[in-house]
Design a protein around this ligand. Structure first.
Ligand SMILES: [Zn+2]
Length: 396
């Protein structure tokens, strides 16, 4: 655009004075009293839910322990990584994985997993709680490694997961759970902006934060946001399992089944995720929107479910996309080293479940089994049709 037309652009008000970047937004939120400006915001030591009661307490925040930003790899780095793993196959049983494709529930039946809530290993720090240079997703490497160790020990006899593939699945699930908290904050922020234009500014996010911690709405699945975050992570895994059937989709199928069967061991809210998996996310999003608006029964009069289905909180309404949301790995250099050996490309792992291992042989095996199964079913159907035709003939 040349300078003359650019001048005209702003002269006629086509270019808003306030920019659409996040620093402008954060300053506006703070300037309008929509943020919590307490001294501290800390993670509770018992890994329970973050709530207002945790503010201003005496716990140390992650910042001091050294946090490492997780960035996407360049295409060159990714290529190099794939190259270095081109002869490394994940140590899993192709027969066990095929069993999971056939019947995921039976394949994990003997697993007794004390599933922990995502917040035992990670948390989301909202930008409504300044200082804003600390907002984002924090993945706590030590608890992640401990949890992984325990689940690996329990699941080893199933031969469905290797140490590496299991950590990829765990970190994908945990990140996506935390990302949902960002979707909720993005949605609350959108509502705050819209309400402000109507001369009725409301602290939508902070109000929600307090109401949720006090179970203000007495929702049967409170805290609803945690149930929805768990369902979101489950559904995100579901998108992966729609890819061509092979090693990864089979691993995802088994892991998803294990999640469903072990949600019950998680705290209130988290354990109610089953109501909101698959298409249930629309009902859940509608209830959450109604809570954010402080109108819990508004969906009876206004079809806000249309917003929940198409606008927010859906993945597209996030203010920051998954690979670019500030994400911090928190741990000692030794812990980070172990984690990186398990997950060589963390950002790609938690956003797309990318892993660099060569799964060609397992993929081919599963595809072949799938063809055989298809042929077996077709033959069975043909035989049934033929026997039915013969019965019909005899009846005539
Ligand atoms: Zn959560």
């Amino acid at each position: 655009m040349d300078s003359l037309s650019s001048r005209n652009h702003s002269k006629y008000g086509l270019q808003p004075r306030l920019n659409h970047d996040l620093p402008t937004l954060f300053a506006w939120l703070q300037g309008n009293g929509l943020t919590y400006n307490g001294e501290r915001f800390d993670r509770p030591s018992n890994a329970s839910l973050l709530g207002p009661e945790e503010l201003d307490n005496n716990l140390a925040f992650a910042q001091a322990t050294g946090r490492h930003a997780s960035q996407p790899l360049t295409s060159e780095e990714l290529k190099k990584l794939k190259d270095s793993f081109k002869d490394v196959s994940p140590g899993v049983s192709q027969e066990a994985l095929w069993g999971a494709v056939l019947d995921a529930s039976s394949s994990i039946r003997s697993l007794s997993w004390q599933k922990l809530p995502a917040e035992a290993m990670a948390f989301y720090r909202p930008f409504h709680l300044p200082p804003v240079d600390q907002w984002g997703i924090y993945l706590l490497i030590e608890p992640l490694l401990n949890y992984h160790n325990e689940l690996l020990r329990l699941s080893q006899p199933l031969r469905l997961f290797s140490a590496e593939t299991l950590m990829h699945l765990i970190v994908f699930e945990i990140f996506n759970h935390e990302f949902f908290h960002h979707l909720v904050e993005s949605t609350a922020t959108t509502l705050e902006l819209i309400l402000a234009t109507q001369g009725q500014p409301q602290p939508v996010y902070l109000r929600h934060w307090h109401q949720q911690a006090n179970n203000h709405f007495e929702h049967p699945h409170a805290p609803l946001e945690e149930a929805l975050a768990n369902a979101y992570a489950y559904n995100a895994l579901g998108f992966i399992s729609r890819m061509k059937v092979g090693c990864k989709t089979a691993s995802v199928k088994a892991y998803q089944q294990a999640i469903i069967e072990h949600w019950h061991s998680e705290p209130a809210g988290y354990r109610d995720a089953k109501h909101y998996k698959g298409g249930g996310y629309i009902d859940g999003g509608t209830q959450l929107l109604a809570q954010l608006l402080d109108q819990p029964s508004i969906a009876e009069q206004v079809p806000i479910s249309i917003i929940a289905k198409h606008v927010m909180p859906t993945g597209f309404s996030a203010l920051m996309a998954k690979p670019y949301i500030p994400t911090w790995l928190v741990g000692s250099p030794e812990q980070l080293k172990i984690f990186n050996q398990l997950v060589p490309a963390p950002n790609e792992a938690y956003t797309q479940l990318f892993w660099p291992y060569n799964t060609d042989a397992i993929d081919t095996y599963i595809a072949k089994k799938k063809e055989e199964e298809k042929a077996r079913k077709a033959a069975l159907k043909a035989a049934q049709t033929q026997s039915k035709q013969q019965t019909d003939l005899w009846d005539e």
